[in-house]
Design a protein around this ligand. Structure first.
Ligand SMILES: *Cc1c(COP(=O)(O)O)cnc(C)c1O
Length: 433
């Protein structure tokens, strides 16, 4: 049996259903490729983080990382679940505000926020700006002085923790483009500069140690390092943080080989880690913020593709082409990401054929799944690729001028279009004659 997430199951007709909706019917109604999001699963994940903090009596903020997937409907869902969001560009900020996020619950991240973006964020009264570098301290300070405003800020620290994960998505180590490095003393210099600036209201420190992390160890190591430096700053400058933001990176299941902790377990580990360190150092227990992206949205998403051409090279390979590919999911091509899948319109009882699932883009690297055992297929079949909810649609592009897919939200037997499929007219909308 394939891995089924959330509400996904097969009905009597042997069709995959998600949120009580038949994916074969959805494919007919909206076309393929189609992203289907299991809203109940998103809610369950969101509550897993939020309620664990609350049950432990810890002041918290769970901030969804927009970059994993965002659209107006997603922000509406976040508001319903009382999550905040982070944004990393003017475009994400615009979408969040249009989607009804309250500005107070938005935090702004990024290693090269432009002057225009920072001004926009200040004008919109975003709740928090996470300062990433010295250039930004000056830029933001100048903007605030011009506007005669103050802004709540945190600053991002690279604590020098190597989370065991893929190199491309490693951001907590010293050699990183993100944040202020602790070892060289830059983080301390930044603290002094920010504290001395009356337009910047420093609320705390942030770190983000990586992505797709399966165990609590990396977070505990980061908590320990963060508290050590915070305690140094308390002694040297008499400065104590109100908020400790431990970032995101909580792992999810793409295939059976993946075995991440549950959201509840990550939260408990972090809270206990912070409590232990605070007691040890006699440091006031701060509010704890986290920024899960993937762990809220990845497993909730399934991409439905139609099967097209197949190429069988005797004794070499069986290629199965689908009607999408690296334009709607670039992760396999970009970082060798591994996915699983199965037929959506019939239960693949005997998986007889070792196949390679490829897309329709003009690149040999346009591979979605390198090796997967599937039954013999024909062009009436639908292929469901699972756990595609994070960094799939959000990284979608128009390579080869293929159209970006539609996105549909499903819950309790209801389907709702969240993002319509692109049209040829959309494709030339920006072109000037
Ligand atoms: C990407 C990112 C996140 C979310 O990471 P996930 O792996 O999707 O949980 C959170 N915080 C920051 C600063 C990030 O860059």
């Amino acid at each position: 049996m394939p891995l089924l997430f959330g509400t996904a199951k097969f009905n009597e007709q042997e069709h995959l259903t998600i949120g009580g909706c038949d994916t074969v019917v959805l494919a007919e109604k909206y076309g393929t490729p189609l992203f289907v999001y299991d809203v109940a699963h998103v809610r369950e994940r969101a509550r897993g983080f939020k309620q664990t903090f609350n049950s432990l009596g810890v002041k918290n903020k769970v901030i969804y990382a927009s970059k994993a997937f965002c659209c107006l409907a997603m922000y509406k869902l976040l508001e319903e679940e009382e999550l905040g969001c982070d944004v990393v560009s003017g475009g994400e900020l615009y979408t969040a505000i249009k989607g009804g996020m309250s500005p107070e619950n938005i935090e702004f991240h990024g290693n090269n926020k432009t002057k225009e973006e920072l001004s926009y964020a200040v004008d919109q009264n975003v709740g928090m700006i996470i300062i990433d570098n010295f250039y930004e301290i000056d830029l933001l300070s100048t903007i605030l002085k011009e506007k005669g405003k103050q802004q709540k800020v945190m600053f991002r620290i690279t604590p020098g923790v190597d989370a065991e994960t893929h190199e491309y998505i490693l951001t907590g180590q010293v050699d990183s483009k993100f944040g202020f490095d602790v070892m060289s003393g830059q983080a301390t210099d930044a603290l002094e500069k920010i504290l001395a600036d009356e337009n910047l209201l420093l609320k705390g420190a942030h770190c983000h140690i990586g992505s797709q992390i399966f165990s609590a160890e990396g977070f505990l190591a980061a908590v320990e390092k963060m508290l050590l430096i915070l305690n140094d700053w308390k002694k040297t400058f008499g400065y104590t943080v109100d908020i400790l933001n431990m970032g995101g990176g909580f792992g999810v299941q793409y295939t059976e080989a993946d075995d991440p902790l549950e959201p509840e377990a990550f939260v408990k580990a972090i809270v206990n880690g912070v409590k232990d360190q605070c007691e040890l150092l006699d440091y006031a227990f701060p509010e704890i913020w986290i920024e899960p992206g993937r762990s809220i949205i990845a497993e909730a998403g399934t991409t439905i593709y139609s099967i097209g051409s197949q190429k069988v090279i005797p004794d070499v390979r069986h290629y199965v082409s689908v009607d999408g590919g690296m334009g709607d999911n670039i992760r396999p091509a970009l970082y060798d990401a591994v996915y699983d899948g199965f037929l959506a319109n019939r239960i693949s009882t005997e998986a007889t054929q070792e196949s390679r699932i490829v897309g329709k883009y003009c690149e040999s690297g346009d591979v979605l799944i390198k090796n997967i055992d599937l039954p013999p297929m024909n062009p009436e079949d639908l292929f469901a690729m699972t756990s595609t909810g994070a960094y799939g649609y959000s990284m979608a592009n128009n390579y080869n001028r293929n159209l970006k897919p539609a996105v549909v939200f499903v819950e309790n037997g209801q389907d709702k279009l969240a993002v319509r499929r692109e049209t040829f007219e959309d494709l030339i909308a920006l072109d000037c004659e």
